[in-house]
Design a protein. Structure first.
Length: 341
């Protein structure tokens, strides 16, 4: 079994040298009485939050409290889809397709209590069950509808808009007839967002004064900001929010690799405009999961939501795929295909 490990803690931007591929013999037979499940991974998800587990934090930091710190040499948990090779759990049989928490590697050993469930493809490609029908989709759906509490026709700004979560948020917002503007880091991504139906989009790397930029795109102000980025983008959005505006803080990727980068919002804006700023984690949305899933399946079938995918091949490509997230090298959901079904 070949799998990815970190060679040391990652306290700045990740580089490929922080990772290596470990090779280990894995017996595909279980010891008698074992309730483990061994799965062969097919697709694994590559997610920005994983950097927060790779840092040499003290255990009191909140990012650690959710996912737990990672030690060098340890297999790295990730969402994915996989096929059961051998199972000591009577609920799973050999060749069952499953989705849930696996690891960045060829095989994963799922211990009792591990988070996997049987997967019914429902006619969709496997990759959709890593992207729009999995945590990225639930994050976008729950973050937008439950946290942003949008009303029809409102003005919505999405950052990292061509990414896994962002491009779905924009499309959900368009289905509610909102006016949607996204930002992304290249002109090609900007063009793609407009093709997906965003009303407008801009390349934030070409802009020098983000507050003025947002004023240009939202002369009547922003009602909802879906923040994937943090720092000055959040400051600029706050200063352009309308009264009773809502900010969903989904993630702050621009801060993950630099401890000194922080949003310094003008809190007087927050007070006088009565702005709600709420962080969330997609695991908060179990109560709307069924609604998310059936609605999103319908929209995917009708073509009202078009998923963007960015797929690399093979375990060896995982480090570069992960590093690339922090340089905007992905467009849409980044994942790695490990094996054919
Ligand atoms: P993406 O697919 O959006 O990939 C990351 C993108 O972020 C890159 O492609 C890049 O696009 C952009 N980016 C990278 N560095 C910077 C920077 N310094 N400043 C601005 N943009 C940057 O990832 P996801 O959709 O998976 O995640 C998006 C955000 O949502 C992340 O912050 C993530 O942690 C968070 N998240 C939160 C969840 C939750 O439950 N709260 C669940 C899932 C994700 P560009 O070309 O535009 O720069």
């Amino acid at each position: 079994n070949r799998y990815v490990v970190i060679t040391e803690h990652v306290d700045g931007p990740p580089e490929e040298r922080h990772f290596k591929i470990k090779s280990e013999t894995l017996s595909l037979e279980l010891e008698s009485g074992s309730k483990d499940i061994i799965v062969k991974n097919l697709y694994v998800s590559i997610d920005p939050y994983q950097i927060n587990r790779m840092k040499s934090y003290t255990s009191s930091q909140s990012a650690m409290n959710v996912a737990g710190p990672l030690n060098s040499g340890e297999a790295i948990a990730a969402n994915g889809v996989a096929k059961v090779v051998v199972s000591g759990n009577p609920e799973f049989q050999k060749d069952d397709l499953v989705s849930g928490s696996v690891t960045w590697g060829e095989y994963s050993v799922i211990k009792p209590g591990g988070s996997i469930r049987k997967l019914d493809l429902l006619g969709f490609p496997l990759s959709y069950h890593v992207g729009p029908l999995a945590s990225s989709g639930l994050t976008a759906y729950g973050g937008f509808f439950k946290v942003c509490k949008p009303k029809r026709g409102e003005k919505v700004f999405v950052s990292a808009a061509s990414g896994s979560v962002g491009h779905l948020v924009g499309q959900y917002a368009k289905l509610l007839d909102c006016y949607v503007v996204g930002c992304a880091g290249t002109d090609e991504k900007v063009a793609l967002l407009k093709k997906l139906g965003f009303d407008d989009a801009f390349n934030y790397k070409q802009e020098t004064d983000m507050k003025a930029t947002l004023k240009r795109y939202f002369p009547e102000g922003i009602d909802v900001y879906f923040d994937n980025v943090g720092a000055e983008m959040l400051e600029a959005a706050l200063s352009n929010m309308n009264v009773f505006g809502r900010v969903a803080v989904c993630g702050v990727i621009s801060e993950y690799t630099d401890r000194n980068r922080r949003a310094v919002p003008d809190m007087i804006d927050v007070v006088y405009k009565r702005i709600t700023i709420q962080g969330f984690i997609y695991l908060d949305f179990t109560d709307i999961y069924a609604d998310f899933f059936s609605t999103t399946c319908d929209h995917l079938r009708s073509g009202k939501i078009k998923p963007l995918e960015d797929i690399s091949d093979g375990v060896e490509s995982i480090p570069a795929a992960f590093v690339g997230l922090f340089h905007g090298r992905n467009t849409g959901k980044k994942m790695v295909k490990i094996a054919e079904d």
